[in-house]
Design a protein around this ligand. Structure first.
Ligand code: 13P
Length: 253
């Protein structure tokens, strides 16, 4: 059965002390995770070890990186490779967030290379896709998102994409307070699963966890996660509040 996942994306927020405090508060807040459920904490690189230590011994709560380099180790000042993350026992990495596509000019080819590096290192990508408002208004979001998947993932073989994690994050819903309705989320997630099934078969498509991201909060998580093709969420702002994120974890199916 595919995993149901509540993933926190802290983005570039919090100082070290605040990060520690947030984890301490969260661990003290009532939440529970079942066998097929997972909580991920995508934290800034400098906090990976600290947060990992806070989660020590937990089998279904793990840290994730927010990015990795598209190359192996070498003369790339400021970059962090998938090999380095692997050496720190980091098991997950976000790749292709719309903020990185937009502000750091990450192209589909760069993202494909990053996915390759992560997989070579044995790290699981959380691959992000999602359309801007203009595309949604033109009602061409289905072909837009299908192209994002094809361009950066479809060079992989079926075994590499089995149990994969994809996050659908419509850009118009990120940090805007404007959430996609649960029906809009379901419609796109179903479409993504069909695109995967057409290429790789239904069994592989059914193994992929598809998370929704964009203004997820405690108040709307149950409604969104309750849809059959929504397997949890990738959460920005609300993941910086221990009570909110604990409630979001508790909203997993
Ligand atoms: P918000 O939850 O703040 O809208 O951010 C979503 C997001 O970008 C998670 O990766």
């Amino acid at each position: 059965m595919r995993k149901q996942i509540a993933a926190a994306n802290w983005k570039m927020n919090l100082d070290l002390q605040q990060a520690e405090q947030l984890m301490t508060q969260l661990l003290a807040t009532d939440h529970s995770l079942g066998k097929d459920q997972l909580a991920l904490f995508a934290v800034p690189f400098p906090y990976l070890l600290t947060v990992q230590q806070k989660l020590a011994g937990k089998t279904n709560a793990k840290v994730a990186a927010q990015n990795c380099a598209s190359t192996n180790n070498g003369a790339y000042t400021g970059e962090v490779s998938a090999e380095m993350l692997k050496g720190m026992n980091v098991e997950y990495v976000i790749i292709g967030h719309s903020e990185r596509r937009e502000y750091f000019q990450e192209t589909p080819a760069i993202l494909a290379a990053k996915v390759n590096k992560a997989l070579e290192a044995g790290i699981k990508p959380v691959f992000c896709c999602g359309e801007p408002l203009t595309v949604r208004e033109a009602d061409t979001q289905n072909s837009y998102v299908a192209a994002q998947l094809k361009e950066s993932l479809f060079h992989l073989d079926k075994s590499q994409l089995t149990d994969f994690i994809i996050a659908y994050e419509p850009i118009w819903a990120i940090g805007t307070g404007r959430t996609a309705s649960s029906d809009q989320a379901q419609e796109m997630h179903q479409h993504i699963r069909k695109v995967l099934a057409d290429q790789y078969g239904q069994e592989m498509a059914d193994s992929v966890s598809i998370l929704y991201g964009g203004s997820v909060k405690a108040a709307n998580a149950s409604d969104i996660f309750g849809k059959p093709d929504v397997d949890g969420g990738l959460v920005g702002g609300a993941s910086l509040d221990a009570k909110e994120f604990a409630a979001i974890i508790n909203s997993l199916k």
